[in-house]
Design a protein around this ligand. Structure first.
Ligand code: EPU
Length: 428
């Protein structure tokens, strides 16, 4: 397990039962921003990316790009990325171990700098998380890749387009698709990526690459076709809103029985989540980029299976489990992306939930109440689930190790306070 200490390394949240009300504006997407930032390695021209959330993971990617020779300004959610004279191709372990998404610099480095030495990410609390599909795809494009002393060392004198099958035992892979796509845009000839991830973050990356001059078709479907070009230019681009942050606020509305309006998000990126929330008894009205959530007093139980997009996202599994702890009956969650992503189960049970886990399944017996306790955040999304549970639990909840939250939720406690939540950040 990688232990990462960020802004809130020694902070905790202290939460009291609250009801929420009002409107919340969703930040730009972390998981769209990270590969788009890596894609700037494909050009020496200036790129301007707006809507980038100010998060620990984004600051880690900034450090990585700086090590690789980029000069970066980050102000007011706008990144300006320029090339310095010095160019490197080495991404050290000290940076990659803090964030697995760092590995998506491999494709752009091979494509543009013809060489890469990128530390392999280690294990992770949500599962094994291998990178075999990334390496397979890049090798098929012609890169020579060796694993030595924990590093992935690659050379790519010339990349050539290929028909690549990128499916793995759990279906498509988001960042493997991103890595192979970013390499294919500068490969000679046509590349077809079959079993490509269809996530909105991949569509956003493809749109950014197209703005840089790449020729891509089929993004958002399982078959992406790329016609390689000789070079790419700079681009000015805005990232999409964070669908997982929006889904987390839907879960918070459900858990606390509060009427919330979530603005700035794309409801079409959340169809499976909205469908599930409706089955749980919420009245949801979507108008343009506003999602109005009115939950009923007692939630109905549902069965949820996490799947690649457009299925229910694994990144919202924990938050919805927190809601189902209070449903009127028995629910089942099947985790098909990360079968071990259940660290939050024990913590929710410490708050009075009744959840039994067996392999990739969790059976949740709804209870009338949860009770505040001292609990430990284990990963980003599990931490958000504990915040949702803390907002509805009787008494005081203290969530330790909230540096996980700072990796992926921009100003979470300020946003919640604005909705009326009783939440404080304190030293641990
Ligand atoms: N997989 C393989 N081989 C590979 C790559 C993936 O078997 O080479 C497996 C994984 O172990 C998993 C499945 O394929 O079972 C899907 O994983 P995927 O590669 O899609 O995950 P990822 O690209 O590493 C991104 C998000 C995660 C999110 C997953 C799934 C970013 C930066 N990360 O990770 O987000 O859970 O897709 O949707 O985009 C988070 O934000 O909290 C987070 C963990």
């Amino acid at each position: 397990m990688t232990l990462w200490l960020g802004d809130g390394d020694m902070d905790k949240f202290v939460i009291q039962k609250s009801s929420l009300k009002g409107e919340i504006k969703i930040s730009g997407s972390k998981n769209a921003s990270l590969p788009i930032m890596a894609a700037t390695l494909l050009t020496d021209e200036e790129c301007r990316i707006s809507g980038v959330p100010n998060l620990a993971d984004i600051r880690t990617m900034i450090k990585i790009l700086e090590v690789l020779g980029k000069n970066i300004e980050f102000d007011n959610n706008v990144l300006i990325i320029r090339q310095k004279d010095k160019k490197s191709y080495v991404t050290p372990y000290r940076l990659v171990r803090t964030m697995r998404a760092s590995f998506c610099v491999l494709g752009p480095l091979l494509a543009r700098r013809k060489k890469a030495k990128v530390s392999l990410p280690g294990g992770c609390v949500i599962g094994v998380r291998p990178v075999d599909l990334h390496i397979k795809g890049l090798r098929e494009l012609g890169a020579k890749i060796a694993i030595q002393k924990g590093y992935c060392i690659g050379e790519a004198k010339s990349l050539r387009g290929k028909h690549i099958f990128l499916g793995g035992p759990f279906g498509s892979s988001v960042l493997a698709t991103a890595n192979v796509l970013m390499a294919a845009v500068l490969a000679r000839g046509e590349t077809n990526i079959e079993y490509a991830a269809c996530e909105p973050e991949i569509v956003n990356l493809a749109l950014f690459l197209k703005k840089m001059g790449a020729r891509i078709k089929g993004e958002g479907t399982p078959l992406i076709t790329v016609e390689g070009v000789d070079s790419l230019g700079g681009a000015d681009f805005k990232v999409i809103a964070d669908r997982i942050e929006a889904g987390t606020f839907i879960a918070m509305a459900l858990a606390t029985g509060s009427n919330l309006t979530i603005s700035g998000a794309n409801p079409f990126h959340l169809t499976s989540v909205i469908e599930t929330a409706r089955k749980m008894g919420a009245d949801i009205i979507c108008k343009n980029s506003r999602i109005n959530v009115k939950p009923k007093r007692v939630l109905s139980p549902v069965n949820i299976t996490t799947l690649p997009y457009p299925g229910f996202p694994t990144d919202l599994q924990a938050q919805f489990m927190a809601c189902l702890c209070l449903a009127d009956g028995i629910s089942m969650i099947t985790e098909k992306i990360y079968p071990d992503r259940f660290m939050h189960v024990a913590e929710l049970n410490r708050m009075g939930a009744h959840i039994q886990r067996s392999g990739p399944y969790a059976i949740i017996e709804g209870k009338k109440k949860l009770f505040g306790a001292e609990v430990m955040a284990s990963d980003l999304r599990a931490s958000a689930a504990l915040v949702a549970a803390g907002l509805v639990a009787e008494g005081k909840t203290q969530i330790l190790r909230i540096y996980h939250i700072d990796r992926g939720y921009e100003k979470l406690e300020d946003k919640l306070k604005g909705l009326g939540a009783k939440i404080k950040r304190e030293k641990q």
